[in-house]
Design a protein around this ligand. Structure first.
Ligand SMILES: [Zn+2]
Length: 170
């Protein structure tokens, strides 16, 4: 949260999205251990809002609301989520829920440590590739959403704001 304040107050917009992400994935209990000065309370409030926006985005991903992410498990058959074209591999409802919970709960830093609990070793090569790609797309989508949480259109806009700030700071 200090990084967010530094980014805002010292005109270093480039660190805002990653600092906001780092604050958003902090366990809520860890964020309560703060000095109650106004600046910190404001940072805490922003942290909670960011957390909420990040979780909403992840919900949109799993609801299939984002066109850039193709969900590979499209058939529910014989108690498993399967890919079209493969009748061998399947993801149980529980395994699917666990995987989604890993993202939703923000308990793992999925951007820096992309290992998500999936029984990939039991999958055929095609399914393994599809599921790995799906996980990568989810992570990319989360990463690409971070600027929006901080009020920027995208990473290019963050870059542009930093260049403008650099000109102002020099
Ligand atoms: Zn398969």
């Amino acid at each position: 949260m200090q990084a967010i304040e530094i980014g805002s107050q010292c005109h270093v917009p480039a660190i805002l999205p990653t600092a906001t992400y780092a604050a958003a994935i902090l366990p809520v209990t860890a964020t309560l251990d703060l000095d109650d000065n106004l600046a910190t309370l404001k940072a805490w409030r922003n942290c909670m809002i960011s957390r909420d926006q990040l979780v909403s985005h992840i919900e949109d991903i799993f609801d299939g609301a984002l066109s850039e992410i193709k969900i590979p498990f499209i058939l529910y058959q014989g108690g498993s989520w399967r890919q079209r074209g493969c009748s061998t591999c399947g993801l149980s409802e529980k395994a699917k829920r666990n995987m989604e919970r890993d993202f939703r709960s923000l308990r793992h830093d999925v951007v820096r440590h992309p290992t998500i609990s999936l029984p990939l070793d039991s999958f055929c090569r095609k399914c393994k590739t599809e599921w790995t790609m799906y996980n990568r797309l989810i992570r990319d989508s989360i990463w690409n959403h971070l600027p929006a949480i901080c009020g920027f259109d995208d990473w290019a806009a963050v870059d542009c704001a930093q260049k403008t700030a650099d000109r102002g700071n020099s």
